[in-house]
Design a protein around this ligand. Structure first.
Ligand SMILES: Cc1cc2nc3c(=O)[nH]c(=O)nc-3n(C[C@H](O)[C@H](O)[C@H](O)COP(=O)(O)OP(=O)(O)OC[C@H]3O[C@@H](n4cnc5c(N)ncnc54)[C@H](O)[C@@H]3O)c2cc1C
Length: 427
């Protein structure tokens, strides 16, 4: 049987591996290791913070190896997941369709979304467990005509214990993450190799011959008939760069800024993350306990149980790049305007709740939805294949997005990856 290599096991990689297995003999190469949820309690983190040891967000990897954190020159914190399941393991489980930009270039993923509906349970059943502070925020958003909607969540809500640890790794396995697709690809015969960062793709003329993988100090060549890169919006461009393929400086990251209040008994840290969403032009607002700010930001000084936060997440301009270990991303004027507008709406919401504006605190700017550096255009709407790539090298992650969705992208990445899988299986 023909051999395929899939690089990465996140939203895109796990999905495409599962699609390809059977038509190809698939090997999934994963840079990280098996996922382990975060195990320290918040009071322990509070104690650590008081010792002054938690100053730099990048130190999170010592406490939680699956979470990889970097920083831009403007000190925006960049977050992604490393290990089996990629960033889906540290996601909040939001499952919404965010394919507007793909539709605009003539890509219709209806069949893939329909198939995913039967494979990934998505529901808003968590609404019945919302805590009073969340319910009140929802009501206020309704009163302000912001049209809040319960967030559809991927997973088995019956098993959710509302512990609020979604982004630290669901301790009950209630949240859906892409390890389920990794497992089903393996059950069908695929191989998973962890601790295997792919450095580059080796080409000969118009074909990819395989990949170079680093194992400690050693490098190994693995031959394949098909290579699919799904190392994520930060990882895939670096592999392409190392392979001599130039990407476009169109990186988006969906920047996030949280606004929070000291609200006695909020217990948001023990409520499902992002329980509802307000969609505005260019940004979304959602209740969120901001762990990174709680761990590392000195302004974030309220006890965990009494911290109530709202997240603003914007669709940013495609204007950034990744090269080696460096990410260049400077927020544009429009990005800053969007963040400020979102923060103002949050201030209005908190004011109605009874919090004075001057008592609100801001979190650390962060971002975790990277992509866009080899975007699909109308020309590739049928093939999903960029002309600058060898004929048997494909991409199946957020690198393909034409612009930032400004919204949770997992389901859309999976729908794209399914399409890539079926195109490769036909060829
Ligand atoms: C805190 C947080 C919460 C989020 N919550 C949500 C949410 O609720 N819903 C939603 O839709 N989106 C959410 N997102 C975003 C979403 O998780 C990611 O956008 C999505 O998982 C990206 O999918 P991907 O396949 O492009 O990359 P990833 O899922 O990041 O997978 C990339 C994989 O490639 C591996 N890899 C990287 N480099 C290499 C290499 N050189 N060789 C081999 N393997 C490599 C990585 O280890 C990883 O397994 C969240 C993001 C963050 C940071």
């Amino acid at each position: 049987m023909r051999k395929a290599i899939v690089v990465g096991t996140g939203a895109g990689g796990a999905t495409v591996a599962r699609e390809l297995q059977g038509n190809f003999d698939v090997t999934m190469l994963e840079a990280g290791s098996e996922f382990r949820p975060f195990s320290l309690s918040l009071p322990m983190i509070g104690q650590l913070k008081r010792t002054g040891l938690l100053r730099d967000e990048r130190a999170i990897r010592f406490l939680f190896p699956a979470m990889n954190v970097g920083r831009t020159r403007e000190r925006m914190v960049l977050v992604n997941g490393i290990g089996v399941g990629g960033t889906t393991t540290i996601a909040t489980g939001n499952g919404i369709r965010a394919d507007g930009a793909l539709k605009n270039i003539g890509i219709n993923l209806d069949p893939e979304f329909a198939a995913l509906e039967s494979e990934v349970p998505v529901s808003t059943a968590h609404q019945r467990w919302w805590r009073p502070a969340t319910i009140r925020l929802f009501e206020i958003c309704q009163e302000m005509n912001l049209a809040p909607l319960p967030m559809p969540k991927m997973g088995d809500m019956q098993r959710c214990i509302n512990c609020g640890h979604c982004v630290l790794g669901c301790p009950r396995g209630a949240k859906w993450d892409s390890r389920r697709f990794v497992d089903s690809a393996r059950a069908a015969g695929a191989t998973l190799v962890t601790g295997s960062p792919v450095e580059r793709v080796v080409f000969s003329g118009s074909r990819a011959l395989g990949v170079i993988v680093r194992k400690g100090l050693r490098k190994r060549f693995i031959r394949a008939d098909l290579v699919v890169l799904a190392a994520g919006g930060f990882g895939t461009p670096v592999i392409l760069e190392n392979s001599g393929v130039e990407c476009e400086k169109r990186l988006f990251v969906d920047p996030v800024l949280c606004v929070a209040a000291n609200w006695r008994g909020a217990m948001q840290n023990k409520d499902i993350s992002m329980p509802f969403v307000v969609q505005r032009d260019g940004f979304i607002i959602s209740p969120y306990f901001d762990y990174l700010s709680f761990f590392f930001n000195r302004d974030w000084r309220f006890p965990a149980d009494d911290t109530l936060g709202l997240m603003v997440k914007i669709a940013d301009d495609p204007s950034g790049s990744v090269s080696g270990t460096r990410v260049e991303k400077v927020l544009t004027e429009q990005d800053t305007d969007r963040l400020n507008t979102g923060v103002d709406v949050c201030r209005d919401i908190f004011e109605r709740l009874g919090v004075r504006r001057q008592d609100l605190i801001l979190g650390t700017k962060n971002a975790g939805h990277p992509g866009g550096m080899l975007p699909l255009t109308r020309r590739e709407a049928e093939t999903f294949h960029n002309q600058s790539l060898p004929e048997n090298l494909y991409i199946a992650d957020a690198t393909l997005f034409p612009t930032s969705p400004g919204n949770p992208p997992i389901l859309t990445i999976m729908a794209m990856a399914k399409r890539v899988g079926s195109i490769c299986s036909r060829n």
